[in-house]
Design a protein around this ligand. Structure first.
Ligand SMILES: O=P(O)(O)OC[C@H]1O[C@H](OP(=O)(O)OP(=O)(O)O)[C@H](O)[C@@H]1O
Ligand SMILES: O=c1cc[nH]c(=O)[nH]1
Ligand SMILES: [Mg+2]
Length: 212
């Protein structure tokens, strides 16, 4: 499994404001949207393309366009929805599938409450969006589901990751030989007793959409 921490001053600037407890929901939503576009630029470095010749006003030019089938983008509800617009702005031809998952506050186990994905993902490159990789239970279950349906490779884009979550993904998928990448703006110190990333940014879903 590959992990890429995107080291860029604009990413650091936006992430710092996201962390700030004084940042209100509208600003949090806008910054999450902007940040994912920057992360997606790095995360799509290996997106499949095919060679293509285009006619300029002067002469033919060799170039590339995105290969078919189009990549599948999968936001994990709720919080991953805050990353969708920023991602499809960069990949407008991508298809979008949805996974609704929630972590039990007591056991910290992830439960899937909604699945709307193509049955057959053979040959598809998939990009999973979830701002927080904490224990890794949610992403491990999501990635497993995508591989079970035939996905070729999976890239998870997160705003923040905990070392415990990265270790969990390595433990689950490390020896599987399946291509998995995690792209994140930062790896924080640790998880606290409630499974929250420290220093983190709090509950991403609540900060985007309010406390439910
Ligand atoms: O790595 P894990 O320990 O599994 O935790 C991470 C998950 O927890 C949060 O979702 P939450 O359950 O709060 O749902 P929400 O997005 O609806 O708020 C977050 O958005 C991740 O999906
Ligand atoms: O720190 C965390 C951990 C899980 N989910 C969140 O939204 N934040
Ligand atoms: Mg939440």
């Amino acid at each position: 499994m590959d992990t890429l921490v995107v080291d860029h001053p604009l990413v650091a600037h936006k992430l710092t404001t996201l962390r700030d407890v004084r940042t209100d929901s509208p600003t949090f939503r806008r910054l999450a949207d902007e940040l994912v576009t920057l992360l997606a630029y790095e995360a799509t470095r290996d997106v499949r393309t095919v060679e293509f010749t285009v006619q300029t006003p002067l002469a033919p030019a060799h170039g590339r366009h995105l290969a078919r089938p189009a990549p599948l983008v999968v936001p994990i509800l709720r919080a991953g929805l805050g990353m969708l617009d920023g991602m499809v702005r960069l990949l407008p031809t991508a298809e979008v599938g949805f996974l609704g998952m929630v972590r039990d506050e007591g056991t910290l186990k992830a439960e899937t409450y909604a699945t709307r994905l193509p049955e057959d993902l053979s040959g598809r490159q998939c990009y999973v969006l979830d701002p927080m990789l904490a224990t890794g239970g949610t992403l491990a279950a999501a990635i497993e589901l995508l591989f079970d349906r035939g996905a070729t490779d999976v890239t998870a884009i997160c705003l923040l990751a905990a070392p415990e979550g990265l270790a969990r993904l390595e433990e689950v998928f490390g020896d599987s030989g399946k291509p998995i990448r995690v792209v994140t703006a930062a790896v924080d110190e640790r998880l606290n007793e409630q499974g929250f990333i420290v220093p983190g940014l709090g509950d991403a879903g609540d900060r985007l959409y309010g406390v439910v």
